[in-house]
Design a protein around this ligand. Sequence first.
Ligand code: AMP
Length: 191
Amino acid sequence: MQISTGDILRQAVADQTTLGRQAGDFIKSGALVPDDLIIDLIAERLRQPDCAKGFLLDGFPRTIPQAESLDALLNKLALSLNCVLSVQVPRAVIIERLAGRRTCKQCGALSHVVFEPSKQPGVCDCCGGELFQRDDDREATIANRLTVYEKQTAPLVDYYRRQGALREIDGVGSIDEIRSRVMTALGGLVP
Ligand code: AMP
């Protein structure tokens, strides 16, 4: 089961739930949503039956307090992390990838204006839905997200290195090359 805090938050914003109203402005500006909101969200999500056979967390934790809360939560659930993956990509490549990323409004499929263009500009190859650019994938917001990453998220690399859970991979290359590095790093954890 893949759990993406970004996807959950974007859905909450679209549905105008209480969480969505609390998180919307943070997401738009590229800032992190406050830890207490995210920690409650994950605590609730990991207790769902579809997580019983294992899960992959995408975009969480992003701060040391989130990582510490995750440790406490996993402890309570008698679970532990098998692996933490750090994908290394130079700043210029990240900007190029995010600025060209397009998402389908209907099915959520991703494409890229340069690396994986849709057959018809603005139209999803999978379902014919409309492609859009995430607000936070605009260049000024990307720069802010990278600054936030350096300040608040980068310290997690050492945190998990000390726990012996960290595996690092080179994130430069084709989608197939990187997928294969990820699968090797996960070493059979994903069926
Ligand atoms: P993502 O899709 O993972 O890039 O997340 C998009 C945005 O959602 C981030 O820039 C944050 O504003 C918010 N977000 C996602 N995950 C977290 C998290 N673990 N902690 C705080 N904010 C988050």
